[in-house]
Design a protein around this ligand. Structure first.
Ligand code: AVJ
Length: 357
């Protein structure tokens, strides 16, 4: 393809992305109950801020899950099998997954990793880092949201089907002819990672249909590893979503700055405040941006003014907290069985290794 045309296509794709954002913002700000898909928090700046959130002392989720992954990597890898393709939904910095890759590499196993994320810049950064950490790894980054990500990754897995670990060993032994990998010995298992309690962003019903849609793309020897944040003392939860350093507040408020940047809005972020609380009935943390005063905001791309009264809020994110029973029911209802569950001593976080039932 010539450069002009490929450039045009990129512009076209960007335009569609911007249009979707503009459209969703228009719908959100025109409704009585203003709520937004949390994916819009994750532009380049938002993704960077999220990485910083993960380092805050109050935000126990990342640390806890990382230690579970580190401790149980051998068992997880062992359960999945000998020839693995790792696909990760919402890979971000991939820093937790690096713990699994490190184990594979310590075992002299081949690494095939397909990170999927909506932020192209985060993908580029993390791919570069992983490539230098694991020079022999096959890493194929996929810029996509969850919906099409797994399909695209599965298609790329197929392309690597000839490159099995078994063959690597044979090649080393005999340095001889290649064999096509049509026999079962050489077949790979997919391990889909959905970590960090990202599933908490889904409404419970939607979480079920999402897991079911993944289930439909899996074969019997594939696995899905899901990180769930568990219900716990409310003060622990609220602190995690309102850290002292104010990073979560910045992360939330970046949404307004993003509207300014991409849609020509004139939000003054100081006139809104970050608000996070635990909704006990629904077992979820809610994040909101609350207007400090009566104000009007103009958004150029929409050619329109929007008014906010003092105390009006934009609901930017839900983060559902699960019980073990809910996890079991969710797995069952979406066609999985729990192969193995991993939990920390405090029972704050759960990592469930699911296999098609
Ligand atoms: C990325 C959705 C897992 O819900 O804990 C962190 C996002 N928002 N702090 C979460 C988030 C505010 C995070 N997830």
């Amino acid at each position: 393809m010539d450069k002009d045309r490929s450039q045009k296509m990129t512009l076209q794709q960007n335009k569609e992305v911007v249009d979707e954002f503009a459209n969703d913002i228009a719908i959100c700000l025109s409704s009585e109950n203003k709520s937004l898909n949390p994916k819009y928090l994750y532009d380049h700046k938002g993704s960077q801020l999220f990485e910083q959130i993960c380092l805050q002392p109050e935000y126990y989720l990342t640390r806890t899950e990382a230690s579970l992954l580190k401790r149980h990597a051998p068992l997880i890898i062992n359960l999945v099998g000998s020839n693995i393709r790792i696909i990760e939904l919402g890979s971000g910095s991939s820093s937790k997954t690096a713990l699994l890759l490190r184990y594979l590499s310590s075992q002299k196993r081949r690494i095939f990793y397909f990170p999927i994320d909506i932020s192209a810049s985060i993908l580029m950064e993390s791919t570069r880092r992983l490539k230098s950490q694991f020079p022999n790894a096959t890493i194929i980054a996929i810029r996509s949201d969850y919906n099409t990500g797994v399909d695209r990754a599965a298609a790329k897995c197929m392309v690597t089907d000839g490159e099995s670990e078994e063959e690597e060993k044979k090649k080393k032994k005999k340095k001889k002819k290649k064999k096509k990998s049509n026999n079962n010995d050489n077949q790979y298992s997919k391990l889909i990672l959905f970590l960090g309690s990202s599933i908490g962003n889904f409404e419970p019903m939607a979480a079920g249909s999402f897991l079911r849609s993944i289930r439909e793309k899996l074969h019997t020897n594939d696995f899905l590893l899901v990180g769930f944040d568990l219900q716990k003392d409310e003060s622990v939860l609220t602190a995690a979503y309102d850290d002292k350093a104010g990073i979560t507040a910045k992360f939330n408020l970046n949404l307004l700055a993003r509207i300014n940047r991409e849609l020509g809005g004139n939000f003054e972020p100081e006139k809104f405040k970050h608000y996070a609380f635990y909704n006990r009935e629904q077992h979820r943390i809610e994040m909101h941006l609350v207007s400090n005063t009566n104000q009007q905001v103009y958004i150029e791309a929409l050619g329109k003014n929007f008014s906010f009264g003092k105390g009006d809020s934009i609901h930017t994110e839900n983060s559902y907290k699960y019980s073990l029973d809910q996890i079991a029911a969710l797995a069952k209802d979406s066609g999985f069985r729990i192969k193995k569950e991993f939990m920390d001593e405090k029972r704050w976080f759960n990592m469930a290794l699911l296999s098609p039932s």
